[in-house]
Design a protein around this ligand. Structure first.
Ligand code: ADP
Length: 625
């Protein structure tokens, strides 16, 4: 029989398994039992939705048996089974290639419990087995097939014998080594405790032959060993158990096992509803964003059960996009098993559950913000971007639900602030919430316009993320207070008197300012200002598109030509103002050069690129010499 090679990634993963110095080898059993349970789920679901399939659901079970003499540990299920092709493709390639990718990315970080927590599944059995033999018969098939492998150097597939559908996984347990005790995996007691510990929530009976000493019949003190088949797990899924019977560890183990996260969840939400519709929910807020979270590959959704039967792995209708990071399980007896993908959106029961779920998540996040700020900030760092996207989507339809979850850096102190907190600190007659945009908090803080607003005693929010400004524009106001970009020309904090004086100054120097504008050409207007403190110049923008937004838009496809309407403002009390006036009288060419240099400076301060650096550099040199 020809030996076949594993796919490259599988090989790497297997190497990792076999040579693993990983201490928790125990988890292999949980992985195999979980696969067995999945296989039964599949057949169970089929049998409920397809009348041609007739199986006795009461007979569904996972059997675990030990043959000590031959060092075999056998895990059998009467689930859907695998045909020859499935054996080949399912066990020849690693299914969840994400785990390997993850492993490579995090190779340098020590102590990341990737093997145990990320769910590498089947291959983990190579941590304890020198050989694995899988005999499987697909439901409805005539032939059974046998898959055998000793590890890295490949596997073989041949016909096998098996009476009924399902799968037997036969492990040959490794011999003990100096520092590793493998014999324990042939002990009834160890296996029984491992099942209790890791697989108790499995909804099908896990059966084992258990030997117990019992009093011999007709005697008072003579004992004999009786072997009886017993169900080891308690069969009630975690989400249906009373909360006071569940430990934090139970919740965490279930989470990492089901959702393949190496880190404990940040929050657990366990609740149920009874009444017109009833359901049990066990939801988790992860402590970090999955590696593919902000990519197209990420699929949101909750596992959907109908009375303990898994009917959908990822039901996306149960979660709004802005809460797509939530993981978990919903179980409701009121759902029809035949629910189809197309029907989902109109399903009344499902919609009611979804509403309820959303409310609970919302409350939990609000609570966290109120009572557990430290964790909340971590949460926001991981998922804040998703919340912001949620505000902008659907023309701002959901903004009211989400705006209070936002956190911003601000000029108030070094910590994050919410909009509510900003409002509570507003000055008596303040009608506007000010913000400044730049790539970093430091840059936003150092903008001349920011300084000017702070100087007047107002707090400024610092927006540093891609798209933040769209969020502000979508919100448009908060508790009746409008948002204003400190760099917008409309944001003018001058008093009426100041304004009049400045207007007059601009009128008196109109011709000179026009010469400057023509020299620069990129700006709509050049004018004097009074709110710049010590800075010579700044750029403000007029209308909806700010200079920062222009930067964001330019990297997006199909947005060429979108430009901010800019105004170059010159500090009228800066010595440069007098210099310009003098040049206007004496040397117009020089005035034009100065204008170009000043404009370039203003662009640099804003973090905008310079169109023609060579020309600028020549100009500066000319002035310097
Ligand atoms: P995962 O369970 O994460 O998909 P595994 O490596 O554990 O990854 O298993 C790979 C695939 O092999 C499974 O997705 C499943 O299709 C199949 N498989 C494993 N064990 C069984 C089983 N006992 N019965 C049927 N199919 C199985």
């Amino acid at each position: 029989m020809a030996k076949k090679q594993f796919k490259a990634e599988s090989k790497k993963l297997m190497e990792l398994m076999i040579n693993s110095i990983y201490t928790n080898k125990d988890i292999f059993l949980r992985e195999l039992i979980s696969n067995a349970s999945d296989a039964i789920d599949k057949l169970h679901y089929k049998s409920l939705t397809n009348r041609k399939i007739k199986v006795n659901t009461n007979e569904f079970a996972i059997n675990v048996s030990i043959d000590k003499e031959n060092r075999k540990l056998i895990i059998s299920d009467n689930g859907i089974g695998m045909d020859k092709d499935e054996l080949e493709s399912n066990l020849g390639t690693i299914a969840r290639s994400g785990s390997l990718l993850f492993k490579e990315e995090n190779d340098k970080k020590e102590n990341i419990d990737i093997i145990g927590q990320f769910g590498v599944g089947f291959y983990s059995a190579f941590m304890v087995a020198s050989e694995i033999c899988v005999i499987s018969k697909a439901y409805g098939a005539e032939k059974a097939y046998k898959w055998v492998s000793k590890g890295i150097d490949g596997y073989s597939i041949s016909e096998g014998t098996k009476d009924s559908y399902g799968t037997d996984i036969i492990l040959t347990i490794k011999d003990n080594t100096d520092d590793e005790d493998y014999d324990k995996y042939l002990e009834e007691y160890t296996i029984q405790s491992l099942i209790k510990k890791y697989s108790d929530y499995i909804t099908y009976p896990i059966k084992m032959n258990i030997s117990r000493s019992e009093l011999k019949e007709g005697t008072n003190d003579e004992y004999e060993t009786i072997v009886k088949e017993e169900t080891v797990n308690s069969l009630i899924p975690l989400w249906k158990r009373p909360k006071n019977k569940i430990s934090a560890e139970d919740y965490d183990t279930f989470y990492s096992d089901k959702f393949f996260d190496y880190e404990k969840p940040m929050k657990v939400l366990h609740f149920s509803m009874e009444g017109r519709i009833s359901f049990n929910a066990l939801l988790y807020i992860p402590a970090h964003a999955p590696y593919d979270y902000y990519s197209k590959e990420y699929e949101k959704g909750l596992q959907l059960y109908s009375n303990g039967v898994l009917i959908m792995e990822k039901c996306s209708e149960l979660l709004p996009d802005y809460f797509s990071f939530v993981k978990g399980v919903i179980d409701s007896p009121d759902l029809s098993l035949n629910i189809s993908r197309e029907m989902l959106q109109q399903d009344k029961v499902l919609n009611m559950i979804a509403k309820n779920v959303e409310n609970k998540i919302s409350k939990e996040i609000t609570n966290m913000l109120k009572n557990d700020r430290e964790n909340y900030e971590k949460f926001f760092d991981a998922f804040g971007l998703q919340l912001k996207v949620g505000i902008c989507n659907n023309y701002g339809m959901d903004k009211e639900k989400l705006q209070d979850f936002l956190l911003f850096h601000s000029s108030f102190n070094n910590n994050y602030t919410t909009l509510k907190e900003y409002i509570s600190r507003m000055k008596e007659k303040q009608e506007t919430i000010y913000y400044a945009c730049s790539e970093s908090v430091d840059k936003a803080r150092m903008l001349p316009q920011t300084e000017a607003v702070i100087e007047k005693g107002f707090e400024v929010l610092y927006l540093t993320e891609y798209g933040d400004e769209f969020v502000m524009q979508t919100l448009s106001e908060y508790e009746g207070k409008k948002f204003a970009n400190v760099c917008a020309s409309e944001t003018n904090l001058d008093s009426d008197e100041d304004r009049e004086e400045i207007d007059k100054l601009n009128k008196d120097n109109k011709e000179m300012l026009d010469v400057m504008q023509k020299a620069i050409n990129d700006v709509k207007e050049v004018r004097f200002t009074r709110h710049l403190k010590d800075h010579p110049v700044c750029l403000t923008s007029e209308g909806g598109i700010s200079t920062q937004m222009e930067k964001v838009m330019q990297v997006m496809p199909n947005s060429d030509g979108i430009k901010a309407t800019m105004i170059l403002e010159v500090n009228e009390s800066h010595p440069i103002a007098d210099k310009l006036k003098k040049l206007y009288k004496k040397d117009k060419q020089e005035l034009e050069n100065y204008s170009k240099i000043l404009y370039a400076q203003a662009r640099l301060i804003e973090g905008l690129p310079i169109d023609n650096p060579t020309e600028l550099s020549n100009l500066i040199c000319k002035e310097l010499s």
